[in-house]
Design a protein around this ligand. Structure first.
Ligand code: CMC
Length: 429
């Protein structure tokens, strides 16, 4: 149960040196409400104290029951379950259900949930024509952002965001259609025919089917690669208030429909500092080219020329638990696909960086994207598709946060303040 300001005995005492007055601010769940700062004024006409927090490094924008992270201890839990327990034993659809509903599904609920999702994997044929309109070398993430937004025009009922049944239908559609949109974007870029979903396959297996099916009547995914993809999707499924999820909540707070909000979340994910990082890691490893070049590359990173992609995290300052789980999956994948020469470069980059004072002092460790790209590449997935795979995985997390925000009586349209530092009033001559 959430603590209330009235019930809490804890107070933060603030003394304003400008006036000498003291204020008692209630502490609830370890935080003060920044609106309580407004009472701190120099005189009655004063607007009141604001908190300045560029990049929201120390500002909680919501209460959430979905995901818990302790960055110092390297802990990640979905709805209370440690990621280590979930990643190796649960399917992506079970995890999606957990994130959205708060509990793992019973066998009967899972059967129904799976049936609902598989029932919605196809996309309207007009979407194919829409995708056809893109240039052959269009980035698949650009196609995805546009195609997700375009879905809103096919389901105008999605605007009824206050109706639980309508919300549920759009959630099912988005989880079901994301792999189809992603695979179609890839096949368009390759000039290949669009391979339709196969509802007999698992969520991950069907995605591989839509990516790779050629002339065979029935595509059989390799079970190791299917499992690896499932684990990667589970590890990406949610990560609380990151850039794209905060975007989803912010756009959702204006009562936009979920397709529009999720296309904005995809756009936020596209950036190289967020979901685009896995693509950049691969490009970096390719640019390094060989193990001998690593020391010079690290020297240039330390000189501030560029960042070591796949290293560092706003929240994890010890290790990223997802990166550790991914490493295990990588070994299984390489047994099937053969060892990638880029892996040797990656391992050496990791070894050198982890022993280097700069990275130790700055608490920079490999993050989830450091290994995911190498696995995807070994599986034959082109580099441009890496952020798209991240987007498929993050979809249930985005939707769980979108819905949690809508149902939160405290949610209002998001509208940060600013500190105006421009010119005072001035006049034309
Ligand atoms: N390489 C070299 N130096 C770095 C790096 C890096 N990857 N990341 C941070 N630093 C340094 C930075 O230069 C700064 O140094 P100083 O204090 O001396 O000026 C210090 O560490 C703090 O950096 P910051 O930018 O203030 O840290 P942040 O919390 O704002 O940034 C980050 C987090 C993930 C954006 C950043 O670490 C980064 O750019 N990493 C590379 C991109 C990347 O791998 N992104 C994927 C993140 S995980 C998946 C996801 O959530 O999307």
């Amino acid at each position: 149960m959430a603590e209330t300001a009235e019930a809490s005995q804890d107070r933060l005492t603030v003394t304003d040196s400008r006036t000498g007055r003291s204020y008692e601010l209630p502490i609830v769940d370890g935080a003060i409400r920044t609106l309580d700062l407004r009472q701190i004024k120099v005189d009655p006409d004063d607007f009141g104290m604001m908190a300045y927090d560029p990049a929201f490094q120390n500002t909680a924008s919501c209460r959430s029951k979905i995901t818990y992270i302790d960055g110092d201890l390297g802990i990640l839990r979905y709805r209370g379950y440690p990621i280590e327990e979930l990643a190796e034993s649960k399917s992506f659809l079970e995890i999606s259900y957990l994130l959205l509903n708060g509990e793992l599904p019973t066998p009967a609920a899972l059967e129904q949930w799976t049936a609902e999702i598989t029932n919605h994997t196809f996309i309207h044929e007009s979407i194919k024509h829409f995708i056809d309109g893109f240039h052959h070398d269009a980035h698949p993430m650009g196609m995805l952002v546009s195609a997700v937004a375009a879905l809103s025009t096919f389901y105008p009922e999605a605007k009824q965001i206050r109706d639980p049944a309508t919300r549920h239908r759009q959630i099912v559609r988005l989880i079901a259609k994301m792999p189809t949109l992603a695979a179609f974007a890839y096949r368009h870029a390759m000039g290949l025919y669009y391979a339709y979903p196969d509802d007999d396959l698992s969520y991950a297996g069907n995605f591989l089917n839509m990516m790779w099916r050629a002339t065979e009547l029935k595509y059989q995914p390799n079970p190791v690669l299917e499992n690896a993809l499932n684990v990667l999707l589970v590890l990406h499924a949610d990560h609380e208030q990151n850039c794209s999820t905060s975007t989803m909540r912010l756009v959702g707070s204006s009562d936009a429909d979920p397709y529009t909000a999720m296309s904005a979340a995809c756009a936020a994910l596209y950036g190289p500092l967020h979901g685009g990082a896995n693509e950049q890691v691969l490009r970096m490893l390719q640019a390094i080219g060989s193990v001998q070049n690593i020391p010079d590359y690290i020297r240039r990173v330390k000189a501030g020329e560029f960042r070591l992609m796949g290293f560092g995290h706003r929240v994890y300052k010890n290790f990223d638990p997802r990166a550790q789980l991914i490493k295990k999956v990588a070994d299984q994948v390489f047994e099937v696909t053969g060892r990638s020469p880029l892996l040797d470069i990656a391992l050496e980059v990791e070894r050198i960086a982890l022993a280097d004072e700069y990275f130790i002092d700055h608490k920079l460790y490999p993050n989830v994207d450091f290994y995911s790209g190498i696995i995807y590449l070994a599986m034959g997935i082109p580099v441009e598709m890496f952020p798209v795979l991240f987007a498929i995985g993050r979809t249930p997390g985005w939707l769980a946060h979108w819905e949690e925000g809508l149902l939160d009586p405290e949610q209002k349209i998001g509208r940060p303040r600013q500190l105006y530092v421009g010119p005072e009033t001035r006049h034309l001559d």
